[in-house]
Write a protein that binds this ligand. Structure first.
Ligand code: NAD
Length: 500
């Protein structure tokens, strides 16, 4: 891999060879590479291997060969190794965060650095939780028999992740996946592989410190449609962890067949603002939910549902909050929102806004890319009022820095709008009534509901994922709950009467 002088944030530690297969850092077998560019400056940051099916096969073979020894380790030994990974990541957090900021575009101090610290925390939590996993012992009708159960790793785990949280999302799979005894092949997103390569160096170093076979953790870079496809359909891959768009998740599930899958997919999170809500707090939370990481968050506030009688006051407050957000270069300490990560996201944001304005909605601030910036990806915080249910802003995930305001009349109508898009990842409700909290909790079809905070509120150890039957996927990422999804239950029935 090469770095350029324009890529000043890219440290030497990244190295020239960034494919990790069977403990060796190398190139793609074909020798081909692709470019990674800064969304903030357009500068070439690095070139990384463009892998193909043969590289996938080699990585999977390495992970398969390493599995028996790794699975055979005592759980306390695996826990110690994963804890060491956390330690190394924490030590190098600033360096990793610099690279993350440069390739993703998110502000360094307020978003990239906290993301990397959460990566370390995810490894730490996995190391701590795995030694406390409990499984049932069940009585049987035959008094001589007992049922004992254990959790077993699946084997080779494929991990495929998106660009919006290039390190924390992989860590949600890799920490628990390794702690539980799976070996792994991971593929980061093509616009943001560099920070994850630095995390992989920490993972590999921790593994090298213990005398283990090579190939427990492998990382390859390349196009999703080429290597992602091969990975998920590979006969020696036993479990697939995927975070990304709903359509990609659907096609992966179709090809993965009967493999175990964890699918963390798109969201279309509404924030519902009831008439009894603290409106100041609701407006600040809505702005955060819409503009954090420029709206490129799976649990972003994609829609703000406001009860009709408080609409005017809420809108005033939302515009006031929006003015506090500063679009700028990610390393500028004054910046609170960076550029979008990539062109397709900018185009989709424009399309959704154009659809809404054509149908009568009104843009009150923002609404178009800023000119005079180093790239065309600087999209300002945008507030749009008069959004209706038939508009793309309501029906689909936008993934841009847009705050669409939709009015509703009754709580029933709010629930109907919230549930009608088929997504169900994280929703939020602002109300001062505990009764209303539970009323909404019972009716919103989603994996997670936050009351009186942003849809973008989460903590590392909470179970996070799509509500059953929604387009947001299945499985839980976060804390000890992922350990259940990356293992299967093995049950033993023992007849003590026939034993010594
Ligand atoms: P994406 O689906 O385009 O890509 C995700 C990953 O899949 C990338 O690594 C990509 O290279 C790979 N990929 C692409 N095509 C593939 C294929 N045919 N087979 C296998 N792999 C393939 O998603 P994205 O644009 O990178 O990420 C944004 C999406 O991710 C949004 O929809 C967002 O809501 C979702 N997301 C969900 C969560 C969650 O926890 N539910 C978290 C973050 C992001």
């Amino acid at each position: 891999m090469t770095t350029t002088s324009a890529g000043t944030a890219i440290p030497k530690e990244l190295g020239d060879k960034t494919n990790l297969i069977a403990g060796e850092w190398g190139e793609a077998r074909s020798g081909s590479r692709f470019e990674v560019r800064s969304p903030a400056t357009g500068a070439l940051l690095a070139e990384v291997p463009s892998c193909a099916a043969a590289d996938v096969d080699a990585a999977v073979a390495a992970a398969k060969a390493a599995w028996p020894a790794f699975k055979g380790l005592h759980v306390y030994e695996r826990s110690a190794i994963v804890l060491r990974m956390a330690e190394l990541i924490r030590q190098r957090a600033e360096t990793i965060a610099c690279v993350l900021s440069a390739e993703e575009g998110k502000p360094f101090a307020t978003e990239a650095l906290p993301e990397v610290l959460e990566v370390a925390l995810n490894f730490q939590l996995a190391a701590e939780d795995v030694v406390r996993m409990e499984t049932p012992v069940i009585a049987m009708r035959d008094p001589n028999k007992r049922l004992l159960s254990f959790r077993e790793p699946f084997g080779v785990m494929a991990v495929i992740t998106p660009w919006n949280f290039p390190t924390v999302i992989p860590s949600e799979y890799i920490g628990p996946g390794l702690a539980a005894g799976n070996t792994m092949v991971m593929k980061p997103a093509s616009t943001t592989p560099l920070s994850m390569i630095l995390v992989a160096r920490c993972i590999e170093e921790a593994l090298e410190e213990s005398d283990l076979p090579k190939g427990i953790f492998n990382l390859i870079t390349g196009r999703g449609s080429v290597i992602g496809d091969r990975l998920v359909s590979h006969p020696d891959v036993d479990i697939v962890g995927f975070t990304g768009e709903t359509v990609t998740g659907e096609s992966i599930c179709a090809r993965a067949g009967i493999k175990q899958t964890l699918m963390e997919l798109g969201g279309n999170g509404p924030q519902i603002v009831c008439p009894d809500a603290d409106l100041e707090a609701a407006a600040a939370a809505a702005a955060l939910g819409c503009f954090l990481n420029a709206g490129q968050v799976c649990c972003a506030t994609e829609r703000i549902l406001v009860e009709r009688s408080i609409h005017d006051r809420f809108l005033e407050l939302l515009l006031e909050e929006t003015r506090k957000w500063r679009l700028g270069e990610p390393f500028d300490p004054a910046t609170t929102m960076g550029p979008l990560n990539n062109e397709p996201t900018a185009v989709k944001t424009e399309e959704h806004l154009a659809d809404a304005t054509a149908k009568g909605a009104e843009i009150l601030t923002g609404g178009a890319r800023e000119s005079g910036r180093p790239t065309g990806l600087y999209f300002p915080p945008t507030v749009i009022d008069g959004v209706r249910r038939d508009m793309l802003l309501n029906l689909e995930e936008t993934f841009g820095p847009v705050a669409p305001v939709i009015q509703y009349t009754t709580d029933d109508e709010a629930v109907e709008i919230a549930n009608e898009t088929g997504y169900g990842l994280q929703m939020s409700v602002f109300t001062s009534s505990i009764k209303r909290c539970f009323w909404f909790a019972d009716r919103l079809r989603t994996g997670n509901v936050v009351f009186n905070d942003s849809t973008d509120y989460w903590e590392a150890h909470e179970p996070f994922g799509g509500g059953g039957g929604t387009k947001s996927g299945h499985g839980r990422l976060g804390g000890r709950f992922t350990l259940d999804d990356v293992t299967h239950l093995k049950t033993l029935a023992i007849d003590f009467a026939k034993a010594l």
